[in-house]
Design a binder for this molecule. Structure first.
Ligand code: RFL
Ligand code: PHB
Length: 392
């Protein structure tokens, strides 16, 4: 069988779905290919914090209704340093900006619902996706559906298939430059049907290791603790998790913590990664397919949003105005913002985690970094403007 479309999108995560929805609203025909089922994609518990620009894009995609009704606006968060809690006033340091706490699961559900409503073509459970003739004017994608090989001819291919996807790997090794930093720890995350311990997020630095108190709603909490890479989920009973979390939080926060059975528990390794360039012929990479950050700065999904924003406008300029400047500049423009998110995520990670190999000099610098942060309006402003998101 053979299909034809303008834009072939690999990956039905937030990046792929968002671009598909935005293009469809402008009458630009596209097909999304997703390796897994919808239920599987919605079962992954990931991001929780959306910057203003992302929320705006959801609204532009006509998917912002539930986010605006159920998401929480947060104008600040706390940093605890071995027991001492200090607030970062995001709104106060950014002229009134804030972030929206709304889970990636819910946002992805909204995007799937919107695609369904518009009759969008999202094909699940595709196997053996291959990208072909990317350097030509007639690229095509093939995939397997059972015994049948399906071919999709398109003008452009979007690689939005995450870090482990096939798109980035379709770029020849001598063209692609990869920059990577792997951290010697991971985050163990627990979701529980309990009231969040604090109305705003708490990022806790502690000699035992980092901890984060986050949430999905007023009845659903998300907590994380830093763990060695050798740990597995089976090593951590719920009781052991709650005990360790409490040990890393300031006493009054630990005393107020409501515990309960975990409804999801997983470990994510921490990694920084960037692939350059983000364009190869008529293939454009977007989101986690091209770059990964450690979750400490809540930048991952938000970095995907700026890629999608640039690509969406570039595609519209191409199809509506025959102007290819946006497509030509895409990689350079996207990477400029990506590297700033990389810097911020690395800095937040360095500030807040306990590094197993650190020498006494490193520990002194980390302590000084924290003292400087809360003694300087300029440093707090820099943190706040990065956390709410730099302009697209
Ligand atoms: P995704 O979500 O990985 O989606 C890619 C999709 O592509 C599919 N796929 C394929 N499809 C077809 N053919 C193939 N060969 C394919 N290979 C893969 C996959 O099944 C999948 O459905 O990438 P996308 O869309 O770029 O979205 C990126 C975000 O998911 C990611 O950046 C964030 O979750 C990162 N992140 C956070 N970001 C934030 O902005 N704020 C946060 O608070 C935040 N917290 C987090 C996070 C990520 C975490 N983990 C688990 C890595 C917290 C955690 C714990
Ligand atoms: C989350 O709620 O999952 C979350 C929030 C903030 C982060 C990372 C993850 O920095």
């Amino acid at each position: 069988m053979s299909l034809k479309t303008k834009v072939g999108i690999i990956g039905g995560g937030p990046s792929g779905l968002m671009l598909s929805q935005l293009l469809d609203l402008r009458g630009i025909d596209n097909i999304v290919l997703e390796k897994h089922s919808r239920e599987y994609v919605l079962g992954r518990i990931r991001a929780g914090v959306l910057e203003h620009g992302f929320a705006e894009l959801m609204r532009e995609a006509q998917c912002g209704e539930r986010m605006d009704a159920e998401g929480e606006i947060h104008e600040g968060f706390y940093i605890a340093d071995n027991g001492k809690m200090q607030r970062v006033d995001l709104a106060g340091h950014t002229g009134g900006n804030s972030v929206v706490v709304y889970g990636q699961t819910e946002l992805t559900r909204d995007l799937y619902d919107a695609r369904e409503k518009m009759g969008g073509n999202v094909i699940h459970n595709v196997e053996d996706v291959k990208l072909n003739d990317l350097k030509s004017d007639a690229p095509y994608i093939t995939y397997r559906d059972g015994d049948e090989i399906i071919r999709i001819d398109c003008d452009y291919v979007i690689g939005a298939d995450g870090f482990h996807g096939v798109s980035r790997k379709s770029i020849p090794a001598d063209v692609l430059q990869e920059y990577e930093k792997v951290y010697p720890f991971g985050w163990l995350g627990v979701l529980s049907r309990t009231k969040p311990v604090s109305p705003e997020l708490v990022y806790a630095k502690n000699d035992r290791g980092f901890a984060l108190c986050s949430m999905r709603s007023q009845v659903l909490s998300r907590y994380y603790i830093q763990v060695p890479l050798t740990d597995t989920v089976e090593d951590w009973s719920d009781d052991a998790f709650w005990d360790e979390l409490k040990a890393r939080l300031p006493q009054d926060v630990a005393d107020a913590l409501e515990t309960g059975p975990s409804i999801e528990k997983s470990i994510a390794p921490l990694r920084s990664f960037v692939a350059e360039p983000m364009r190869y012929g008529n293939l454009f990479l977007a989101g986690d397919a091209a770059h990964i950050v450690p979750p400490t700065g809540a930048r991952g999904l938000n970095s995907a949003a700026s890629d999608i924003y640039y690509l969406y406008h570039a595609m519209v300029d191409h199809y509506e105005n025959s102007d290819d400047t946006g497509l030509e500049n895409y990689s350079e423009k996207a990477l400029a913002r990506i590297w700033k998110a990389q810097r911020f995520s690395w800095w937040m990670t360095s500030l807040l985690h306990t590094f197993p190999e650190s020498i006494s000099y490193d520990s002194k610098l980390q302590k000084t970094d924290m003292e400087y942060l809360f003694s300087s309006e300029a440093a707090l402003t820099s943190l706040a403007e990065n956390y709410v998101g730099l302009p697209f």
